[in-house]
Design a protein around this ligand. Structure first.
Ligand SMILES: [Cu+2]
Length: 82
């Protein structure tokens, strides 16, 4: 069940042009926005989770690893409740 919905979500992302989505989210402007949003989080453990995921996302972005950047970005979004 869970695997099926993850796969469905994954396919939906591909259908919606991953290049555009990655370009839209894996950049300095969005990272700044994420930092601001995380700074406003009130749940300490979720905040820590989001910060850790975003750090990994930034590291992947610097390496030019867009897939890794998006993977960790999604984890950060999830921790943020997005
Ligand atoms: Cu983001």
């Amino acid at each position: 069940m869970l695997k099926t919905s993850i796969l469905a979500a994954f396919l939906a992302v591909i259908a919606l042009s991953p290049a555009y989505a990655a370009q839209d989210l894996c950049n300095e402007a969005h990272m700044k926005k994420m930092d601001d949003m995380i700074a406003k989080m009130t749940d300490a453990s979720k905040k820590k989770e989001a910060t850790a995921a975003l750090d990994m996302s930034k590291a992947a972005m610097k390496k030019g690893d867009t897939a890794g950047c998006m993977k960790h970005m999604n984890e950060a979004h999830k921790a943020m409740g997005l």
